[in-house]
Design a protein around this ligand. Structure first.
Ligand SMILES: Cc1cc2nc3c(=O)[nH]c(=O)nc-3n(C[C@H](O)[C@H](O)[C@H](O)COP(=O)(O)OP(=O)(O)OC[C@H]3O[C@@H](n4cnc5c(N)ncnc54)[C@H](O)[C@@H]3O)c2cc1C
Length: 294
């Protein structure tokens, strides 16, 4: 199928893009890399009257470090993040996730802003953004709003973006010197969306984990922080008993869905398996890796 007819605008500034978005309202759709939007247009799941192409907004593309904060423009492409020494050094969890996102051709066009606005529950970046405590910077014609990543994703393909708003950047704190990270996803083939994935980070030393954040994706209708499990693991030195309690707590933290890829119970099991692997890596205690509960 082909997309239905639409008008096309290529604004030269964010101000002009927002003016167009405000003027056309629901009839307009922003297009960034087009890697999610164009298939939806071609399948006629969407039929906007006008596409507003953000491709000409060079000031929305780039990675800068401002003090203890890394700022990533919304039009920064996945390939830019993957190849960036700044991201590798300052946001290692983002760097660890990038090779898992789609394939090179898609990473060459897809953008961080488009990815986060699309809010696919199986996507890696919404979880990573929550794990690193990022802020999504959004703007409309009247000004700017900053939304914590944990509050940004509200449901399947749904976000806290309001009518007339667009993402302009993402900001994240530079990783602490003693930060430890873990990223893993179960997927059928390399480049496929995950069946279950976990992005995790902590500070501390040995089996004492501080500031632990466990962000799951593809388990439920949006990327989710497993706060009960993290609280159990942060309450004292991690051992097999504490890990088992955290694995049990995932049943309350997560709402895994049944779909054609896996049942909810399989997803919950895999969530527990990947938690054990994460904790083994974060603590350096390899004996914890194989501890999956029934
Ligand atoms: C075969 C295939 C495999 C893929 N595999 C993965 C994968 O494994 N993991 C993964 O995470 N993704 C995957 N993707 C999706 C890819 O990461 C896309 O790049 C991403 O989801 C959308 O980014 P985009 O820049 O192309 O956005 P677009 O497709 O241009 O836009 C997506 C949505 O975001 C809106 N939007 C775009 N920019 C903004 C903005 N600045 N502010 C507000 N709204 C905006 C658009 O209006 C649209 O609704 C895959 C895509 C394909 C085609």
């Amino acid at each position: 199928m082909k997309a239905s007819a639409f008008d096309y605008a290529r604004p030269a500034s964010v101000r002009e893009a927002l003016e167009l978005l405000g003027r056309h309202g629901d009839a307009a759709k922003l297009i960034a890399g087009g890697q999610s939007l164009v298939p939806a247009l071609n399948l006629r799941l969407l039929a906007p009257e006008i596409l507003i192409d953000l491709g000409g907004l060079a000031d929305l593309r780039g990675i800068t470090v401002e003090g203890a904060t890394v700022r990533i423009g919304a039009m920064t492409r996945h390939a830019d993040l993957l190849g960036s020494p700044v991201i590798a050094e300052k946001l290692p969890l983002v760097a660890a996730a990038m090779p898992h996102i789609a394939h090179p051709a898609i990473r060459n066009r897809g953008t961080i802003g488009g990815n986060l606005a699309h809010a696919d529950p199986a996507s890696e970046l919404p979880a990573v953004m929550q794990a690193i405590d990022a802020v999504i910077v959004v703007r409309d014609a009247s000004g700017e709003r900053r939304i914590a990543a944990r509050d940004f994703f509200t449901g399947i393909y749904e976000t806290a973006l309001r009518d007339g708003e667009m993402i302009v950047a993402v900001e994240a704190p530079v990783a602490a010197k003693d930060e430890r990270i873990f990223f893993h996803e179960f997927s059928r083939r390399s480049g496929d969306y995950a069946i279950v994935g976990l992005a995790a980070r902590a500070t501390g030393s040995g089996n004492a984990l501080a500031d632990l954040r466990l962000a799951y994706f593809s388990v439920g209708d949006k990327a989710t922080l497993a706060e009960r499990a993290a609280a159990v693991l942060g309450a004292g030195p991690v051992d097999a008993t504490r890990l088992a309690a955290a694995q049990a707590a995932l049943a309350e933290d997560l709402s895994p869905q049944d779909d054609q890829q896996a049942s909810g119970s399989t997803r919950l099991h895999l969530s527990r398996v990947v938690l054990a692997r994460a904790i083994a890596v974060l603590t350096g205690d390899a004996s914890l890796a194989g501890r999956a509960t029934a």
